[in-house]
Design a protein around this ligand. Sequence first.
Ligand SMILES: CC(C)(COP(=O)(O)OP(=O)(O)OC[C@H]1O[C@@H](n2cnc3c(N)ncnc32)[C@H](O)[C@@H]1OP(=O)(O)O)[C@@H](O)C(=O)NCCC(=O)NCCS
Length: 216
Amino acid sequence: MCDNTIDCSIKQAIDALAVPDLLIGHRLILKDDELTLNREEKASLPFTSLERLRASGAVRNVAREIMKSMGFVDFPILRSTCGDPIWPAGVVGSMAHNTQIAVAAIGLQRELEAVGIDIENVVPLPPDMLDLICTPLEIHAISDYPLGTKLLFVIKEAVYKAAYPLDHKFLDFHEIQVDPARRIAITSTGRKFTLHWYVSSHILAVATVRNKSITS
Ligand SMILES: CC(C)(COP(=O)(O)OP(=O)(O)OC[C@H]1O[C@@H](n2cnc3c(N)ncnc32)[C@H](O)[C@@H]1OP(=O)(O)O)[C@@H](O)C(=O)NCCC(=O)NCCS
């Protein structure tokens, strides 16, 4: 069940992604979501604006619900000083939000080494950001995809969120090379990510690395 057009559209996107061994949840960001942050979580966040706290509260609700379904109850989701969320031992996850929607993706380390998620509105990438985000090769490779260069941006943000907890290294957009046809991205640190995306009312992208001990 979903409540309105955006809600239904994101649900459809998540169902279509069907990322193996990954639970993805979402919700609309609501008034008072900021009040659901516990004291520790709020103290770990570096911002004070109501809108930002509300989004962080909403996304933690989504993540907490998923974790509850996995048996992790009442676990506060703190933000490290570098921004990445701190998960319980054995858990990998990622969160994203815009002004309307919060999404979280959570899995277990025994199946997934890393996960990153991003969501953005379906508006084109501003032309003056093109060179910052994409290489000419990537622009060519993505030219047949709707909102291609914006999609590259969303994918790279998802990859960054997946890569950061592994290497603790800031990555410039050009340090992430996306091959849309093979649905992979490779970082300058030598990591290879599998990509999943869906474009509907929003652009939703997920990057994962499977645990090497899993063969299928
Ligand atoms: C990390 C970053 C990609 C987040 O994107 P954003 O558009 O600001 O925000 P989103 O809503 O998509 O995601 C926010 C969530 O990302 C997560 N996040 C923040 N920094 C993170 C990091 N270093 N690693 C993993 N996840 C991170 C947090 O869970 C955050 O939620 P919170 O603020 O409620 O705690 C971006 O802010 C950033 O730091 N970029 C700098 C690095 C960069 O752009 N490199 C090039 C990318 S290719």
